[in-house]
Design a binder for this molecule. Structure first.
Ligand code: SF4
Length: 487
């Protein structure tokens, strides 16, 4: 079949992870003691197809697909295993963590030391596949883009090795002119970085279902953490109607659950850092009208603590006979006010940096009381981190022992305003870092069984696969002890 633009991604991304977004983290683990065939089924099972095309696809791919269609360009998202069935002028590949250099991959690698993570392995597999090679043999141009586009600058030889014509860094909508150039047979730059961003009216609504019903509610973040690339982009919130259209697309495709995506869902519609109750209530009521089950991509402790009543209200909307809890990723990052001041000046706002550990504890109480279960992150090895900062983080984790959550420490990866700094590596871990990792592991082991029970409630198939995930956590613990990361 002939098409102008084929859009795809590797197998780890073209999956809905059994409808459990958090399981997507498993793709950043390296091959381990669980046989690959089983691991794949557990963490990135193949996406179901409808009329020969993926039922759901990563949101980023769906956005660019919609933009191209709106521009009158013939484009579709296809499964990476189906490339051989097409002839195309351009192949667009979406990458999340192409070489496994993202924070969760490097952390897994540091603990497990068993090779490149699955997401990197499957990205390479895509480029080595017969389907990809056939498309290239027929003259297709390859453009790669997505959150991991920056990684290719450190590995330029990879482009020639796999026939990648152009790597695009920036918001996907801004890549359309490059795709048009490729369609016209013009030469493409090896690397293209676009710092301009589309206005809201230039951002299309997806036309086909996204993985796990994810819909963006806005882009950008006002908190300005130095290690984060999101913060370099302006803040834009979408109107309700725009969000609603995408929910309808998902529901009409048979997707029953959805994720509201923003860097801080609680700040929806706001210019500053104080959540607005009316807007959050309206947004969640609308989401619950379409989806049986909803969750949030991200939220901040400071926003929870700033308006505690909002979480109570949202719990009343979300928690019902179809769902008992909801999740979000939340960055604790550190327990040290000094490090907050140096690296994340607006993280605690509207509170002072000195208040941050108390803010986290207070918010944790509100969250637990209202059936929200977050997966939290910490950053180890920030360039400005000192021993006293790590001690404060350890103290905070100790204080959070009754907080029903997972707390995942991640190694610092140079991004955002700190992109010129060096990576933090396992060899640089001090005794205090190890102690912090042990505290987090103990915290997680304390809660993982209960959270897994909550997570896999409902479908019969989930009760069958649940023990495998518990086994996987046990294996990480065992390996971490064996490698001396955990004592
Ligand atoms: S709060 Fe999160 S998204 Fe916002 S700048 Fe900080 S790390 Fe980035």
């Amino acid at each position: 079949m002939k098409i102008d633009v084929l859009l795809t991604c590797d197998r780890t991304l073209m999956s809905n992870h059994h409808g459990k977004e958090f399981l997507g983290f498993g793709t950043s683990a390296p091959p381990n003691w669980i046989p690959e065939l089983i691991f794949r089924q557990l963490f990135f099972p193949k996406m179901k197809k409808v009329d020969g095309l993926p039922w759901q696809a990563p949101y980023g791919l769906r956005k660019i697909e919609a933009k191209l269609i709106d521009e009158g360009i013939d484009a579709i998202v296809v499964d990476p295993d189906d490339l051989a069935g097409y002839k195309a002028k351009v192949i667009g590949i979406y990458v999340m963590d192409a070489f496994g250099w993202g924070p969760s991959s490097t952390t897994f690698a540091g603990i497990m030391k068993t090779g490149e993570p699955y997401l990197a392995k499957y990205f390479k597999k895509l480029l080595q596949s017969k389907g990809y090679k056939k498309l290239k043999a027929h003259g297709a141009k390859t453009i790669v883009g997505g959150p991991a586009a920056w990684q290719f600058r450190f590995k330029p030889e990879f482009l020639d090795e796999y026939g990648i014509d152009c790597v695009f860094e920036g918001e996907g909508e801004m890549a359309v002119h490059l795709i048009k150039k490729a369609l016209d047979g013009e030469e493409l730059p090896k690397f293209y970085k676009e710092s301009k961003v589309p206005a809201i009216e230039e951002i299309p609504e997806i036309k086909r279902a996204s993985v796990n019903g994810l819909v963006e509610i806005g882009r950008g973040c006002p908190r300005g953490c130095k290690f984060c690339s999101v913060t370099l982009r302006p803040l834009r919130w979408y109107p309700y109607e725009k969000i609603e259209k995408e929910m309808k697309v998902n529901v009409e495709a048979g997707v029953k659950g959805g994720i509201l995506h923003a860097e801080d869902v609680l700040l929806y519609g706001q210019r500053g850092v104080i959540p607005n109750e009316e807007k959050i209530v309206k947004l969640n009521e609308m989401a619950k009208k379409y989806y049986n089950i909803i969750s949030w991509s991200h939220a901040s402790f400071a926003a929870v603590a700033a308006k505690p009543k909002i979480i109570e209200k949202v719990a009343e909307i979300i928690c019902d006979e179809k769902q008992r809890w909801w999740g979000a990723e939340m960055g604790i990052e550190t327990g040290s006010p000094e490090l907050i001041k140096k690296a994340m000046p607006a993280k605690a706002k509207p509170f002072k940096p000195e208040e941050y550990p108390e803010v986290v504890k207070q918010a944790a109480g509100i969250i637990t009381d209202n059936n929200m279960i977050p997966a939290c992150t910490l950053i180890a090895g920030l360039p400005e981190e000192e021993e006293k900062d790590i001690i404060k983080t350890i103290e905070l984790i100790e204080d959070l022992k009754d907080f029903k959550s997972l707390i995942v420490p991640l190694f610092f990866v140079p991004m955002g305003k700190l992109k010129e700094k060096d990576w933090f590596r396992k060899e640089e871990m001090s005794e205090l870092h190890k102690e912090l990792f042990i505290k987090c592991m103990l915290h997680n082991l304390r809660w993982v069984k209960e959270i897994t029970n909550d997570y896999f409630r409902g479908k019969k198939v989930h009760s069958i696969i649940k023990p495998f995930y518990i086994l996987f956590v046990k294996l990480i613990e065992w390996q971490a002890k064996k490698k001396g990361v955990l004592e």
